[in-house]
Design a protein around this ligand. Structure first.
Ligand code: SF4
Length: 724
């Protein structure tokens, strides 16, 4: 089949940001290939990028605005919708939000920005929230994935993005992967890391409770008990100090607080850490020596580090070790939180956070605020940081927040302790959801606004290594759906008119490049990047302050954004909910290769046929004790709720720990998870809570004809990462 057009764009799934060529015929993407000459993936794609974009033509795409008809019934009642025109829907949203602003102030409204949408979409949403509604209540799912990394890195060095580029990975000397099931969550990055080991002799240390595929490539695997990361990393630092393996020059020239920190390490012996974590003391010593003495060593981590009630401490422990060993500021070194969704880095960079404008410029800094106030013609921008996503449920129940505007997210799948979150959503006075599909959250909405997919719009995404890349229109919009930036701009103009705000903050744009140009003028880190340059170069790493700056594949050559890197003294303790007699197992949640996030996209794709239902990984010893086998149904219960799903018996998780992917609304893992938060990052503990398993009948709505042996899925999985 010959394509009518082939359009270069960026994969809509994970933060690797693979470049894709979309082959289109009759307004359908029938094939996706990867350019061999384009960073960051150089011809590679995983199964999601290669075969998962068929969600764009799924029949359940939203095609027109919907207005809820049965508003006299409780919000929990099954929704009855009527199709509406854009004018009807946006007027209704503008009227209701205006009334709430007048009655309760802008702080009574909160917006969810979207890590799947473009930088331009998110910039405009936070501009609407700040300049029109007058609140800083805008946040996004980064709160639920890497907030622990962001808080820790900001405290220690003043910057929270990956410090080094994907291009460096293949030529690493020594590296640590921790809390990241890289082959499933960032498959193409995992290929570069595996090549570093197999083709270039790099040494890999894995620190992870699960026997993930990366352990097959590891020189050393430290299998800590879930939630004991601080003990292991602090013990490694203890070894570095005792054996005087630290980098005195780097510590003297680039850091502060080392002598205090050394004293605090005294009690963190490897033997003590072995008792806490189960990792043999000698392995901790060996790992510390390998990392400290390497010519260049780097650390890559995922949500196993950040999604914890002590996620900030986990990150600080890693950062302390890197500072001590001087493994920063050079190629092949660095601190690298692997960002999850396609544009979660960009959503944060674009101001989709409650305490900062673009590129982490604080809203409570008068000089910065004044620059934005001038550009947006709003002298009274709110200086108080807004609420974080994980604070919103309680704020609604306390009556402080009355309305949510949710752009492209499904918080009623992704929030912890979902029964509590749902209770809060049901209490809202007004809920708007903007998405390409109806999802669990949208089922409760008053108004649903249909937006377009990545393949139907222009804009930019920023991948995990800070590379800004183009997204290009390959397909026409479905039905009446519109780009997020178009919807947000239209709504903003209607709100400004109702609120009597004149002159306008500026929401008339003909093309997203105009939004980007406004954004870069307000953001020194993006100053040298425009659409023309992206067209020419394919992508540019920020910071890039001027048009003649080459971009920054790696950071901190001379200094850190906070000046000197700061050592943070840490104590070991846990706020996690630990197993007991009633709930004897630890639950850890995460992703599988074939699905993405809340499943909104991947479950409307052929990918869902490969992995069509939720499973709970159970260790063989635990399975024997419970009398269950692969394919049996079990109910998994915590103090917060219960779900029913199938068992997969495997030694991947350690004995005493079960693992459930969070993509499946019908067996939502987050009904079980705990909403206890890390005090600084406000991120929940998705990796450790206490549960029990009991053999169960299938759910009432289960169709036996749809059964597929799990063993078959395993066979498919082994072939799924396509490497050239
Ligand atoms: Fe897409 Fe990530 Fe797979 Fe690349 S590795 S194809 S960006 S899902």
């Amino acid at each position: 089949m010959l394509a009518e057009r082939v359009v270069r764009s960026t994969c809509p799934f994970c933060g690797v940001g693979c470049q894709v060529d979309l082959h289109v015929r009759e307004d359908l993407i029938y094939r996706v290939s990867a350019p061999y000459d384009a960073a960051p993936n150089y011809g590679m794609l995983c199964v999601k990028g290669r075969f998962g974009t068929d969600f764009t033509s799924h029949p359940s795409r939203l095609t027109s605005p919907l207005i809820r008809v049965n508003t006299s019934e409780p919000r929990s009642a099954p929704p009855v919708w009527r199709q509406a025109t854009w004018d009807e829907a946006l007027d209704l949203v503008a009227d209701r939000l205006t009334a709430i602003v007048r009655e309760s102030g802008g702080d009574a409204i909160a917006a969810f920005a979207c890590a799947k949408a473009t930088n331009e979409d998110n910039y405009l949403l936070q501009k609407l929230v700040r300049a029109v509604l007058g609140t800083n209540n805008v946040d996004h799912c980064s709160r639920l994935c890497h907030a622990g990394s962001v808080a820790g890195l900001q405290l220690a060095i003043g910057s929270s993005a990956m410090s080094n580029s994907i291009a460096e990975m293949e030529h690493l000397d020594t590296f640590i992967v921790t809390g990241s099931n890289t082959t499933e969550t960032h498959p193409v990055i995992s290929n570069f890391l595996k090549r570093a080991v197999r083709q270039h002799g790099a040494r890999l240390i894995v620190v992870d409770p699960r026997k993930i595929e990366m352990t097959d490539f590891a020189t050393l695997w430290l299998r800590q008990r879930p939630g004991t990361d601080v003990a292991v990393w602090q013990a490694m630092a203890h070894v570095v100090v005792k054996e005087r393996l630290y980098n005195e020059r780097f510590i003297q020239d680039r850091t502060e607080g080392f002598s205090d920190y050394i004293e605090s390490l005294e009690a963190f012996t490897p033997e003590w850490a072995e008792g806490v974590s189960g990792v043999p003391a000698e392995d901790i010593r060996q790992a510390a020596r390998m990392y400290a003495t390497a010519t260049a060593a780097s650390v890559y981590w995922g949500m196993g580090i950040s999604q914890s009630s002590h996620g900030t401490d986990n990150t600080l422990a890693i950062t302390n070790l890197a500072l001590m060993c001087g493994q920063l500021g050079r190629e092949g070194t660095g601190l690298n939180p692997l960002r999850g969704q396609n544009n979660v880095q960009g959503c944060s960079d674009s101001g989709g956070l409650p305490y900062v404008f673009t590129a982490y410029q604080r809203v409570d800094d008068p000089a910065i605020r004044s620059r934005f106030a001038q550009a947006w013609k709003r002298p009274d921008l709110n200086p108080t940081p807004g609420l974080m996503i994980t604070e919103l449920a309680d704020a609604v129940l306390a009556g402080a927040v009355r309305a949510f505007f949710v752009m492209g997210e499904d918080p009623l799948t992704s929030e912890p302790n979902l029964n509590h979150a749902r209770h809060a959503f049901e209490k809202l006075d007004f809920l708007v959801c903007q998405d390409i599909f109806l999802n669990t959250t949208a089922e409760l909405a008053d108004v649903v606004l249909p937006s377009v997919s990545f393949a139907e719009k222009d804009g930019t995404f920023t991948n995990s290594d800070r590379r800004i890349q183009r997204v290009r229109t390959a397909l026409p919009a479905v039905g009446q759906s519109r780009a997020d930036w178009v919807i947000v701009g239209d709504l903003a103009r209607r709100l400004e008119a109702r609120l009597g705000q004149s002159p306008s903050a500026g929401f008339d744009y003909q093309h997203p490049s105009e939004i980007w140009d406004e954004m870069r003028l307000l953001t020194p880190d993006f100053g040298g990047i425009d659409y023309e340059r992206l067209e020419r170069e394919g992508g540019v790493h920020w910071p890039c302050p001027t048009t003649d700056h080459p971009g920054s594949p790696y950071l901190f050559k001379e200094d850190f954004p906070r000046g000197r890197g700061k050592f943070w003294k840490l104590e070991y303790g846990t706020e996690s909910e630990l197993p007991d007699e009633t709930y004897p197992l630890i639950l850890s949640t995460g992703r599988v290769l074939y699905h993405w996030h809340g499943g909104t996209l991947s479950r409307r794709s052929k990918l869902d046929e490969i992995w069509p239902e939720a499973t709970v990984e159970v260790h063989p010893d635990d399975a024997e004790g419970l009398g269950v086998h692969t394919g049996d149904w079990v109910s998994v219960s915590s103090r917060r709720g219960s779900i029913t799903l199938r068992v997969m018996v495997t030694g991947r998780s350690p004995q005493g720990t079960v693992f459930i992917p969070f993509h499946f609304a019908e067996a939502a893992a987050n009904i079980l998870t705990l909403d206890r938060l890390d005090l600084r990052a406000k991120i929940p503990d998705f990796k450790v809570c206490a549960v029990r398993l009991e053999k169960s009948a299938p759910p009432a709505d289960h169709d036996p004809a749809a059964d597929q042996p799990l063993t078959q899925r395993g066979a498919i999985k082994d072939q799924a990462v396509l490497v050239h």
